[in-house]
Design a protein around this ligand. Sequence first.
Ligand code: UDP
Ligand code: MG
Length: 311
Amino acid sequence: MKKKLTVIVPCYNEELALPYFCNEINKVSKKLSKVILEVIFVDDGSTDKTLEVIKDMVKKDERIRFISFSRNFGKEAAMYAGLNYATGDYITIMDADLQDPPEMLIEMYDNIKNGEYDCIGTRRISRKGEPVIRSFFAKLFYKIINKMSKTEMVDGARDFRLMTRQMVNAILSLKEYNRYSKGLFSYVGFKTKWLEYKNVERVVGKSKWNFFKLFVYAIEGIVGFSTIPLILSAIIGLFFCLLSFIMIIVIIIRTLIWSDPVSGWPSLVCIILFVSGIQLFCIGIIGTYLSKIYLETKNRPIYVIKETEKD
Ligand code: UDP
Ligand code: MG
């Protein structure tokens, strides 16, 4: 029996990129004649004509399906919705801007079909075309998170990966609200083979990620997959307790030997500022975890669907 392969495409304001995408995926589907293809576009509350473009494509090709969100929920939510909606035996997630080369799908399928691997992932081995500062911080982030977390995060790993139904079901069973897919993919385990490729620049349009958003996403990753920051703040607290104890003894001895001329106000102010800074920093760390717990306990849906191809 022919296997079914689902391609999930999260789209947020991609009206310009979608025609190029369709062109490429059509070429690939001809080469993948041994599988039944299903393409699911997830319109993540686009404000341009993305949804119209998608509906047009659905009319022309019955292999295409879509989900449209009631507003922008972010790529994580779009991927989760797509995975929920997919019916394939093999499932992949692909960006609409052709930064995940669709022709790689053929090689990925060849690698997964004999059952040796559960997942074929892709890794960018260059970051050509990206600002140097961003690459630097990205590298730093992977170093830090891999030290802090037991879940391995592969540098340059994309969300573009071909997974078996079994692996996707495992991912779907993780219903957390604060989703950090790079970590979730790795958390569920399964045997993964990595294919490498050089960075491809966006075909049209601009990336939806700026530095601040990436920074917040990085914090999300760390908070989601490690509790080391909490331990660190406890260690810092302990360190300052010890330090103050030593200082008290030093000052008592000094006063007993040399009596007590009143001095040292500037240094006192500096110490107070420094220590209260550290306190706020640690409270901030605790607060970040607390806010995540708060959001999880609300149990809000990860996304809200407004329309699908069945409506
Ligand atoms: N995307 C999305 N929702 C968002 C932001 C992005 O569905 O809120 C989609 C976007 O349409 C694209 C993919 O996620 O298909 C990757 O986005 P982008 O190219 O902006 O990110 P980058 O490649 O720069 O990491
Ligand atoms: Mg992109």
